[in-house]
Design a protein around this ligand. Structure first.
Ligand code: ZN
Length: 530
C-alpha cells in the first residue's frame, strides 16, 4: 500500500463507534488509506518519500461540520457594532461613537445585539438617545432577538417614518404624545430599513474577501464543512459563484454546501464530483421563533395566552411547495420550531411518500425545538434528519420555561430522548444567531448549561448528551444529512482525509473545559488548511 503521509503516536478517535481509538493513520491523496497501531503504521515506512508526523499523543477527531448557518449574513454582521456587553443606554452611545469617526457623513452605522432587559435605565433607547451619537449619520441598532430596531432621527427620515406614518400590517411604530415617531420600530415595520440600507460589501470582490476571511476563521475553529443557507426574508443571500471562484484561485479552505430558499437549476454530476462546493437543500419556512413568540404551537404561549405563534403557510400550501421541490429532485429542508409547525412538516412528508416513490434523499427539519411523543413516533418511521443547534441553550434556557410553562418545557430541546428513539440529529449553530465555534455547541449539548455553568447540574439534565453523541452531531450525523456518510464524518480507510488536531481530549476532561477547546491543526482532503 502506498501512503503519502503517516501520522503516528496519536490519540485518534475514529468516531465509527464509541471508544474507537487508534494510534496511527495514513493518508494517500485526499483520502485516508490506513488506520491502526503505530507499530503497524511503521511497517509502511519502506517508501522513501513518505512523510511521518509524530502526534505526541495529541487528540485527533474527524473534521467538524456545521449543518446549518448563514455564512454571508455572518459576514455582513461583522460590520455592525456589537452591543452585547452594553449595560446602559450610555454604553450604547459610547460604543457606537467609536464607529462614527470611521465613517464619512451620510453612511449608515449599525449596532446589533443590544438587550434593554440588561440596561440600568430599564427602557429601550429612543431617537433622542441615538441622536447623541450622530445627527449626520443614519443610525439603527437591533435588539438581540432581531424583532426590534431603534433608529435616530436621520434614519427615520430616510425610511419615511414621520408624523402620521402608517405602519405595515404585522408591524408597529411607536409615537409620542405629539404624534412624532420615538424611534422604536417592531416586527414587519423593520423591513423598510432592510430595503434602504445598502449592502455592506458593494462589489463582488469585497464580498469574496469578507467570505474568504470567515472561511479561514471557520477552519481555525475545526470546521471542515459548512451548510450555508440563504433566507430571502432577512436578505440573507448566498451566491455559489463566490465559493467556486475562491476554489479556482486555490483559496477555499473548507467544503461548502449552498442551500437556497427557492428552486434552483441542478448542476451536472461531473462538476459536483470535482468540487468542494455544491448545492444542497431547498429550504421552506413554516414558522417563526420561540424567542419572538412566533413559532407555531399547538397550545398558546404560557407567557402570552392569546398567542400560539404563526404558521407561515397553510398545510395545503406547504404540501404544494414541498411536492414541487420533491418533483424537481431537490432535497427538502423545512424550518419548523414549534410542535404545530413540526406536525405540518411531518404530515406533508407522509403525504409525499404516499404519493411518490422515495428518491433516497433524507428530509431535513431545521431546529425542531418542541416535540411531543406523537411526533416522535411518526418521525421514527420516516427518512428524516433533524438539524439542531445545541448552542441555542446558552441563550434560551433563561426564558424557555416562561414561554412554554413548566411541564411543556420538558418537551423542548429533548435531544437525548430523540437520539435514544433512533432519530438522527445533526449539529449546527445558525450563525450569525450563535457562534459557529462547534466546541461551544458540543459544550451546551453535554452540559445543558450556559457559559458561566448556570444552572448547576444543567437545564433538564436528563437530556444531556454524551461526548460521543455530541461529537456525532457535528461529524458523521452531519455527513448523513446529505447522504455523504460513506465518504466522510468518520476516520476510516477510503473516506476523505478531513480531520483536526485539538489541544485537549474531550472524552476525558471535565465537561466545563470542553468550552474552550483550541484547534491546533485542520486538514481538508489531506491538506493542512490551518
Ligand atoms: Zn437559520
Amino acid at each position: 500500500m502506498s501512503i503519502d503521509k503517516l501520522f503516528i503516536n496519536g490519540s485518534i478517535y475514529t468516531m465509527t463507534a464509541e471508544n474507537q481509538k487508534v494510534e496511527a493513520m495514513g493518508v494517500k491523496g485526499d483520502k485516508i488509506a490506513f488506520v491502526g497501531s503505530t507499530k503497524e503504521a511503521l511497517e509502511f515506512k519502506g517508501s522513501s518519500d513518505m512523510e511521518v508526523v509524530d502526534l505526541y499523543q495529541r487528540t485527533i477527531l474527524p473534521g467538524l461540520t456545521d449543518s446549518h448557518l448563514h455564512l454571508y449574513a455572518h459576514c455582513k454582521n461583522l460590520e455592525d457594532v456589537n452591543l452585547e456587553t452594553a449595560r446602559s443606554i450610555n454604553d450604547v452611545i459610547t460604543f457606537m461613537k467609536n464607529k462614527v469617526s470611521e465613517k464619512v457623513q451620510g453612511k449608515w452605522i449599525k449596532g446589533a445585539n443590544f438587550d434593554d432587559a440588561k440596561f440600568i435605565e430599564g427602557r429601550m433607547p429612543t431617537k433622542t438617545d441615538l441622536d447623541k451619537i450622530s445627527t449626520t449619520h443614519p443610525i439603527i441598532i437591533r435588539r438581540v432577538c432581531l424583532h426590534v430596531v431603534c433608529a435616530n432621527s436621520l434614519a427615520l427620515k430616510l425610511a419615511g417614518i414621520v408624523k402620521g406614518y402608517q405602519p405595515e400590517v404585522k408591524g408597529t411604530v411607536e409615537f409620542d404624545g405629539e404624534g412624532e415617531p420615538t424611534g422604536i420600530v417592531r416586527e414587519r415595520s423593520i423591513k423598510v430599513f432592510d430595503q434602504i440600507i445598502p449592502d455592506t460589501f458593494s462589489t463582488l470582490g469585497e464580498r469574496k474577501e469578507a467570505i474568504s476571511k470567515v472561511l479561514e476563521d471557520m477552519a481555525s475553529k475545526g470546521l471542515t464543512s459548512v451548510h450555508t443557507y440563504a433566507a430571502k426574508i432577512w436578505k440573507f443571500e448566498e451566491n455559489i459563484e463566490i465559493y467556486r471562484q475562491l476554489e479556482k484561485e486555490g483559496s477555499l479552505p473548507i467544503r461548502v454546501l449552498v442551500c437556497l430558499d427557492e428552486l434552483y437549476e441542478k448542476e451536472n454530476q461531473d462538476i459536483i464530483q470535482m468540487s468542494k462546493v455544491s448545492y444542497g437543500s431547498y429550504k421552506i419556512f413554516i414558522d417563526g421563533s420561540l424567542g419572538a413568540r412566533s413559532a407555531a404551537l399547538l397550545e398558546p404561549y404560557s407567557d402570552d395566552p392569546g398567542n400560539s405563534g404563526i404558521l407561515l403557510c397553510t398545510q395545503e400550501e406547504l404540501y404544494i411547495k414541498m411536492r414541487k421541490g420533491y418533483e424537481n429532485g431537490m432535497q427538502l429542508a423545512m424550518h419548523a420550531i414549534g410542535d404545530m409547525a413540526l406536525d405540518a412538516a411531518v404530515t406533508s412528508i407522509e403525504e409525499i411518500l404516499k404519493e411518490f416513490p422515495y428518491n433516497g434523499q433524507r428530509f431535513r427539519i431545521i431546529h425542531a425545538q418542541l416535540i411531543n411523543g406523537n411526533l416522535l413516533g411518526r418521525m421514527k418511521k420516516l427518512p428524516i434528519v433533524l438539524d439542531i443547534q445545541p448552542r441555542f441553550l446558552n441563550t434560551d434556557l433563561h426564558w424557555l420555561e416562561d414561554r412554554l410553562g413548566k411541564s411543556r418545557s420538558t418537551k423542548a430541546y429533548t435531544w437525548k430522548t430523540m437520539m435514544d428513539e433512533g432519530i438522527i440529529l445533526a449539529g449546527g449553530s445558525d450563525s450569525p444567531v450563535e457562534s459557529y465555534n462547534p466546541f461551544k455547541g458540543v459544550y451546551c449539548a453535554i452540559t445543558r448549561q450556559n457559559d458561566t455553568g448556570y444552572p448547576q447540574g444543567g437545564w433538564h439534565p436528563e437530556e444531556k448528551l454524551s461526548v460521543y453523541q455530541a461529537l456525532s452531531l457535528f461529524t458523521k450525523n452531519s455527513a448523513y444529512t446529505t447522504g455523504e456518510e460513506t465518504i466522510k464524518g468518520t476516520l476510516e480507510p477510503g473516506k476523505l482525509a478531513d480531520f483536526i488536531m485539538i489541544d485537549r481530549d474531550p472524552f476525558i476532561i471535565e465537561p466545563l473545559d470542553v468550552l474552550n477547546t483550541k484547534v491546533l491543526k485542520t486538514f481538508v482532503g489531506g491538506i493542512q488548511v490551518y
